[in-house]
Design a protein around this ligand. Structure first.
Ligand code: UDP
Length: 326
């Protein structure tokens, strides 16, 4: 039986594919390659196409014995989602609805869904627990929360069991250094810092230093991409063993400010990376830190790369050896 990875050529998806191949699983990948990279796939059978194309999905499900799905396919830029909400609802919600229709029609019962800390919006307490209020402050978070609700009703009606994993800040790269993060344009903090270390950009702009945090800059919970992948493996195993549908946070439970991340990156790279202050970025909450107690206990999840230094080291290894990306 095969596992279908949607969005498998993207940043997190490609690391998931690597983890599945390392486990000896048969992997089928669907990606429209709008942002994904063919070269990010270390194996598996790739179908290039879009989730919103039902006949394309029927072909993928008919040609393979798929028993479960891991879904990463989505647009994921907070700022862009504020300016283009319909793009986000059409792709993120529409794509997953089409995928769920295909799963229903082809009798596939398990899905692990890529959700986000952005479902919470401005947190009511730190660390954030799964049962805390969800009030997204941008269309990206709203689109993911909408899919979580759709999943609940699909479980109720069709018996499709799901796990929604709410990631905090995904970072780092595969330990081999062969795959890593490659977005264009890049908007995420750690790759931007490392591009500055490589001389690809002059400096890092720090978005706001007047937040109510230890040094005035935003605090985030950075989690290694391979630790995210291992949580998906555990979540899928749990569903296949008869586990009920669940939502879990995935983070390290420790927060680092933007200034602290830059400082750790200076140590790891040995480069005196330049940084300058800039205005706040719209929609950024001051602090996002996960409580991952539920995933640690119920999934028996054990993050391995849980120091920021190690996370940045693995990312640096990728960026240094692939200064132009794939
Ligand atoms: N950030 C920054 N400069 C940049 C990119 C990001 O100061 O060039 C900040 C951003 O405001 C946020 C944190 O770094 O507080 C993490 O941002 P990122 O885009 O990596 O992840 P997000 O929290 O949006 O998922």
């Amino acid at each position: 039986m095969a596992i279908l990875v949607c969005g498998g050529a993207g940043y997190i998806g490609s690391h998931m594919v690597a983890a599945l191949l390392e486990k000896g699983e048969e992997v089928v990948i669907v990606d429209n390659l709008q942002k994904g990279h063919r070269e990010a796939l270390l194996g598996g059978k790739l179908y290039v196409g879009d989730l919103r194309d039902r006949s394309f999905l029927d072909k993928v499900f008919s040609e393979n014995e798929i028993d479960s799905v891991i879904d990463f396919a989505a647009d994921s830029l907070v700022g862009e989602s504020v300016n283009e909400p319909l793009k986000y609802f059409e792709n993120n919600v529409g794509g997953t609805v089409s995928l769920l229709q295909a799963m229903r029609d082809h009798n596939v019962k398990y899905i692990v869904f890529s959700s986000t800390a952005a479902t919470y919006g401005e947190p009511e307490r730190i660390p954030i627990m799964e049962e805390d209020k969800t009030f997204p402050t941008n269309p990206y978070g709203e689109s993911k929360l909408t899919v979580e609700k759709i999943l609940k009703w699909c479980d109720n009606a069709y018996g499709i069991k799901y796990t929604a994993l709410r990631y905090f800040n995904a970072a780092g790269a595969h330990i081999s250094g062969n795959i890593g993060e490659d977005h264009s344009p890049e908007t995420h903090l750690i790759p931007i810092i490392l591009e500055a270390a490589l001389g690809k950009r002059e400096k890092v702009m720090i978005f706001g230093d007047d937040y109510d945090t230890k040094d005035g800059t935003c605090v985030r919970d950075y989690i290694h991409v391979m630790d995210l992948a291992s949580a998906h493996l555990l979540a899928l195993d749990r569903l296949k063993m008869g586990g009920e549908s669940r939502v879990y946070n995935l983070g390290n439970g420790e927060g680092f400010s933007v200034k602290e991340v830059i400082e750790v990156a200076r140590k790891v790279t040995g480069v005196n990376i330049k940084a300058d202050m800039a205005p706040r970025r719209a929609g950024d909450p001051a602090v996002l830190i996960a409580s991952s107690e539920k995933a640690l206990e119920e999934l028996n999840w054990k993050p391995k790369f849980n120091s920021l230094e190690t996370i940045i080291e693995t990312a640096w290894n990728w960026h240094k050896n692939h200064p132009k990306g794939y």
